[in-house]
Design a protein around this ligand. Sequence first.
Ligand SMILES: [Zn+2]
Length: 214
Amino acid sequence: MEREMLNCPNCDTEIGFKPIEFVDVSTDPDYKEKIMTGQFFLVKCPECGAEIMVEYPVMYMDPDKKLNVYMSPDHEGDLLEQLNSLDVPEGDIDAEAIYRLVNSPTELLEKILLADGGRDDRIMELYKALIVETIREDFPQVQPQDLLYYVDGEEEYFIVWDYENEDGEQLTIEVDEELYQQLREDHIEALGIPANKYAEVDAVWLMDRIEVEA
Ligand SMILES: [Zn+2]
């Protein structure tokens, strides 16, 4: 991999770093940890110690979970087509494998968490849209994009980014297993993605497929 250079925004020292463009967590479990803590995309200035956030395309693979996420910050509109133009040998086609394209480290993190929680991201996008409709009266500004899935051991919830509850705490909404299963049962077919094809599963993707009413 090519060595890249950047200038420290704090002291202007020129810093060289090697972007890690492929992450296979079956061989490098540390990288998953670093992505989860946000450390992965930080480069430390050897001169002044400042930590600088760098974003570049990363292919994230978790073979155990059959999860493949390509993160490409602010990518071109036809990237998805490019990714899907590659022919997959018949024997490599796996209908259970997940191929996703995302825009940011936050979106990558959410895909990893969803896989950890054993949740289908398509159903969870639908779940988010439903929450937004349900809480519209109290929180008219909330968009599906403001909701982030989080799993911590047994606890699973959506963080409503930048919103607080009555007690001034971060607003969260617990994942209801029954509702999830119901949504899955009713809509998974309509949300199908061809085997071995990448998809950009987000709020916009969902809106193109399903109309959500509370
Ligand atoms: Zn510096």
